[in-house]
Design a protein around this ligand. Structure first.
Ligand code: ATP
Ligand code: MG
Length: 444
């Protein structure tokens, strides 16, 4: 038995990753219905927490991105100062990032197929487009650019759901590095040429980055390589990758053309919106595999990650709640932007006062969602911690749908809407986006 670690409203379980900027934990909390909500917690490393100007920048960025609500964007719940640390709480995506998936597949001697690649990128572009055209309460464009669109920031759930994460982080980090050293830093590999020149960016920079990701997935090789970072920056600036069809002659011609267009050096030659790029991929997908379903990707992922899925399930069963009586929920730095009804405000570290905390986790009671009844992996993952309140609901109400499956419009998955994506938010936004933002082309 292991004990969770309490931090504010959250119980931390496994550490998922450790990077240059933060440690990432898996965790959970309880919503106001007594149901467990899985979260991912980024805990910033101490030297970032000490840097006041960085925190201010991060806060400003997160105030913008905290409004992004979309099925293909991992929702940010809080940016909170607590116990001498700073945490970012966000929606947990029950799967792995695309970089890990590609690496794992390579080790196994398999790879994502062209239809799966097109599907994953199309869904990620849906999320990206939503961010690009997002507006504030006064209907002013927020002009959000991700700046670090890369395989490690594309999360692919075991059920094939795709979510982008880390909006806002690249800008704050980049500003910090620039002020301190005056040099460009970041994941150069997926940068756009204008980004590698240190120019002002508009959303077409993300389109180039998405093109680089697509190139790498389809060819199995990065579009730009060099012996050191400086040379890599020059290679990205030149934007002359070897044509994808030469690296992998099996790539269908249509997909090659899509890659080429998205990675055009001049911004005006690229897809002008993420939605246009997505539509090109969906068009390709329709012709390449008209019967494509997300379940194909899910099957691939569940096989690929079978051991990890099993291990993760066991790990969750092994935890008992830290019965810390601490009432400290920390100070949410973006609370004013989120407003009083924000999702996080309904989170509580305790399911109900009646539950023996030691039994709350180990007493997990699997409840199968109606939708996932034939899906043992997913069903087991949607288990909810038994609490008297939840139990009462269970007796009287149909069980709530699995997380992330409820209202998602999936044009490929759902045959009726296939190929003419009519998802409301996108259709609505279409009318507001006629021209790309003004900016200089690197060729100008
Ligand atoms: N919301 C989440 N749900 C599930 N796993 C996540 C979530 N956010 C991050 N992860 C996992 O943690 C890993 C590390 O995330 P993190 O953002 O710190 O580093 P990175 O993505 O590798 O690099 P960077 O974001 O700096 O480009 C991700 O690659 C992913 O596997
Ligand atoms: Mg990341």
């Amino acid at each position: 038995m292991r004990r969770t670690k309490r931090l504010g409203r959250y119980h931390l379980t496994e550490r998922i990753a450790y990077g240059g900027m933060a440690e990432i934990f898996r965790g959970f909390t309880y919503d106001d219905d007594g149901f467990r909500r899985d979260v991912a917690i980024k805990k910033l490393l101490p030297h970032y927490v000490e840097d006041k100007s960085f925190i201010d920048m991060l806060t400003d960025e997160f105030k913008l991105v905290s409004h992004l609500k979309h099925p293909n964007i991992a929702e940010v719940f809080e940016l909170t100062e607590i116990e001498d640390t700073l945490l970012i709480a966000m929606e947990y995506v029950d799967g792995k990032d695309l970089r890990s998936a590609v690496e794992k597949a390579r080790q196994r001697g398999v790879s994502l197929q062209f239809d799966d690649i097109a599907y994953v990128l199309a869904r990620a572009l849906d999320g990206m487009h939503h961010a690009h055209v997002a507006r504030d309460e006064k209907n002013q464009p927020l002009r959000i650019v991700h700046r670090d669109f890369s395989p490690s920031n594309i999360l692919v759930a075991y059920d094939g759901t795709v979510k982008i994460c880390d909006f806002g982080i690249a800008k704050a980090t980049h500003n910090r590095v620039q002020t301190k050293t005056g040099i460009i830093k970041g994941k150069v590999k997926y940068m756009s040429p204008e980004q590698a020149f240190g120019r002002k960016l508009d959303w077409r920079s993300d389109i180039f980055s998405a093109g680089s990701v697509l190139y790498e997935l389809a060819t199995g090789a990065a579009p730009f390589t060099a012996a050191n970072e400086i040379d890599l920056i020059f290679a990205v600036r030149d934007a002359e990758p070897r044509p994808s069809g030469q690296v992998n002659r099996h790539i269908p011609a249509e997909l090659q053309q899509i890659i080429e267009k998205s990675m055009t050096r001049s911004r005006s030659g690229r897809y002008q919106t993420a939605m246009e790029f997505r539509d090109a991929l969906l068009g390709f997908l329709r012709r390449y595999n008209p019967k494509y379903r997300r379940t194909k990707l899910a099957r691939f992922l569940k096989k690929l990650w079978a051991e990890e899925i099993e291990k993760e399930l066991r790990a969750m069963e092994d935890f008992v709640l830290d019965a810390s009586p601490s009432q400290d929920l920390g100070k949410n730095l973006i609370a004013d932007a989120l407003g009083p009804d924000a999702t996080y405000s309904k989170f509580s570290p305790n399911p109900t006062s009646n539950v023996d905390p030691d039994r709350a986790v180990s007493g997990i009671n699997g409840i199968e969602s109606e939708q996932t009844i034939d899906d043992p992996v997913h069903a087991a993952k949607t288990e909810m911690i038994q609490s008297p309140k939840a139990d009462k609901r269970r007796a009287t109400q149909p069980v709530r749908q699995a997380r992330g499956k409820s209202d998602e419009v999936d044009p490929i998955h759902n045959e009726k809407t296939a190929l003419t994506d009519t998802s409301d938010d996108l259709a609505g936004e279409k009318t507001t986006v006629e021209t790309p933002p003004k900016g200089h082309s690197v060729n100008e």
